[in-house]
Design a binder for this molecule. Structure first.
Ligand code: HPA
Length: 249
């Protein structure tokens, strides 16, 4: 079963025929909202917006563990996560789509693993180190890239995602540092989401939507109006990609 995690700009899926909403209780607390079971372009899928249905949960307060545990619990095997980002690489322009292939995690203070030693809990497990050489599921990435080609949608086939803590945007110096580190785009929600999906052995890929040039790369200040206008166009492309890729499931 495929799940879509919606990001900024995708708190609902236009065209999704909703069959039922399921409230899931998890050992980690509440997910961002009930999971929606529905039909999109003739195929079953599950939808969960990570910022909540009313877009009120900021990146650092998202209960990533509850979200991922809940998707796993309802039978999800593949996750396509949409995420708004700032573009750092000069070729990654506002409204473009990117299928990241690598990431660097700059977040802190988030619950980033299911593997915690809690002797009181049934979740107690031996020490486990997941392989994260390729943080995104190559099979799903390839499916997205091939689908985009088939429908003639121009996307960036790879890129390095920087996950920052937020909720504030970055300084110019921070973006310069990220660029030196090899990052092509910057967002606030990619981690620990990707790692938690891997811990639960779910195939996870992301489609990043460039909402703005990162700090110092575009207009002197980044306005929410700019972000919203770009996202509107980017989300239209993302929906095209989703409608086509879902046919391959
Ligand atoms: N930085 C971090 N996260 C973002 C940005 C950005 O410029 N734009 C959208 N999400």
């Amino acid at each position: 079963m495929l799940a879509i995690i919606g990001g900024t700009g995708i708190t609902s899926l236009e065209g999704l025929i909703i069959e039922r909403r399921q409230v899931v209780y998890t050992p980690y607390g509440a997910p961002s909202g009930p999971v929606v079971h529905g039909i999109y372009n003739g195929k079953s899928l599950i939808f969960l917006p990570r910022h909540g249905y009313d877009h009120r949960i900021p990146p650092h307060q998202i209960n990533y563990r509850a979200n991922l545990w809940c998707l796993h619990h309802v039978g999800v095997t593949n996750i396509l996560a949409f995420a708004a980002v700032g573009g750092i690489h000069p070729e990654m322009k506002a409204t473009d789509l990117v299928i990241p292939h690598q990431l660097i995690d700059y977040t802190y203070g988030r619950f980033h693993t299911f593997f915690e030693n809690d002797p009181e809990s049934s979740l107690n497990q031996p020490v486990t180190h997941i392989d994260f050489t390729d943080p995104y599921c190559q099979t799903l990435r390839e499916r997205l890239i091939q689908t985009a080609k088939q429908i003639g949608l121009s996307i960036h086939e790879q890129g390095v995602y920087a996950a920052t803590q937020g909720p504030r945007l970055e300084t110019i110096a921070e973006i310069n540092k990220l660029e030196k580190d090899g990052c092509d785009m910057v967002g606030m929600t990619g981690m620990p989401e990707a790692a938690l999906a891997r811990e639960l052995e779910m195939c996870y890929a992301s489609c990043a939507i460039i909402a703005n040039p990162a700090a110092g790369r575009g207009s002197p200040t980044i306005t929410m109006a700019e972000v919203e206008a770009n996202l509107k166009i980017g989300v239209t492309k993302a929906r095209q990609l989703l409608a086509a890729v879902i046919e391959t499931f």
